[in-house]
Write a protein of this length. Structure first.
Length: 336
């Protein structure tokens, strides 16, 4: 309990920030999901829900669309918002619990009103290191004779906005870009997903260019590099690259030339991305300095010689002494 209490105190600032964000704008959570219709269960590798505070103890939750195959036909249940979902805050675990409740919504599809009747909703929004969001709903849609059950376990996507330095033949600066970063548990380790944004360089020496966005998944902590790193040249990623003379989707498959490193220093985040589209002869390096507002990873030391003290994860659970990522040792946070 002492370890859990220490952890909760450390994240009180993050809780306040998260709640404030919810009051002013929708918060995005992404993770694995599934939905079931009759005997058909459809797994979804990555789904996104939106959470918008709607009062002191209520929230609006946006459910993503669901597409499934029923016989020869493909059916889609469109995205919809569940308004006024009530929750009770457990201050001991810093968790907003969506206790069992029903809901009813009406949406318009192709000028026709569709009734959504929810027979069950339960879930939680936990203010831990990952801002974990879980939800299970069962509902009927329109005239469908069978209910649909949707389940998701998702983690907060934090947006960092700042200038971007781009090095090609010389350094250029883009005044404002936004990176979306998702931090999530993977066994005893911590992983990151990074959405690399689109940017424009109207005054580049090689001509005005636009570099498209893409998402790098599964960055793991690299002790030697001091941050979360991934060589994504084998991930099958592409970006859309446009100049006056070229315009198309190019693979990011040059071994050793496509990699990304994310480091944290106190409240600051730094993202260095190297990429080489297709057979283009030049390497592009972007450097993004951004500053967190307390809701991200902060105040973490690099682990050193901590003896044989027990090791805990960010949920206060004891883990292997060899666990990677963010850990608690002797009441302090370390990154390894």
């Amino acid at each position: 309990m002492k370890k859990i209490f220490t952890l909760l105190v450390a994240f009180l600032a993050a809780v306040s920030t998260s709640m404030a964000q919810g009051q002013h704008g929708a918060m995005k959570f992404s993770g694995k999901a599934s939905f079931s219709v009759a005997s058909v269960t459809v797994p979804v590798e990555s789904d996104t829900v939106l959470y918008q505070a709607a009062g002191q103890n209520a929230a609006d939750i946006t459910i993503p669309s669901m597409t499934y195959q029923m016989g020869q036909n493909s059916e889609t249940i469109p995205s919809f918002v569940i308004h006024g979902v009530s929750y009770a805050m457990d201050m001991t675990t810093m968790t907003a619990n969506f206790t069992e409740q029903t809901f009813s919504e009406t949406i318009t599809v192709n000028s026709e009103e569709k009734q959504i009747t929810g027979s069950s909703l339960v879930g939680a929004y936990k203010h831990d290191a990952f801002n974990t969001f879980t939800l299970t709903i069962t509902f009927t849609y329109g005239r469908m004779p069978m209910p649909i059950t949707y389940t998701i376990e998702a983690y907060y996507i934090k947006t960092y906005t700042d200038k971007l330095d781009v090095m090609i033949d010389k350094k250029y600066t883009v005044e404002s870009v936004a990176y979306n970063v998702r931090t999530y548990p993977d066994g005893n380790d911590t992983k990151l997903d990074v959405e690399v944004p689109t940017f424009d360089l109207p005054d580049a020496t090689i001509g005005a260019l636009t570099s498209g966005g893409y998402t790098v998944k599964g960055l793991a902590f690299d002790q030697n590099k001091g941050g979360y790193y991934r060589d994504y040249s084998a991930d099958g990623l592409k970006l859309h690259f446009h100049t006056a003379s070229i315009d198309g989707d190019y693979p990011l498959s040059n071994t050793g030339a496509n990699n990304i490193l994310v480091t944290f220093d106190g409240k600051k985040i730094k993202i260095v991305n190297n990429f080489k589209p297709g057979a283009m002869p030049f390497l592009i390096t972007t450097t993004f300095p951004g500053e967190t507002d307390g809701a991200g990873v902060e105040s973490i030391k690099t682990v050193g010689n901590e003896g044989n003290q027990p090791v805990y994860n960010l949920s206060g659970q004891r883990v292997s002494p060899q666990a990677k990522g963010i850990v608690i040792i002797g009441g302090k946070k370390y990154i390894r």
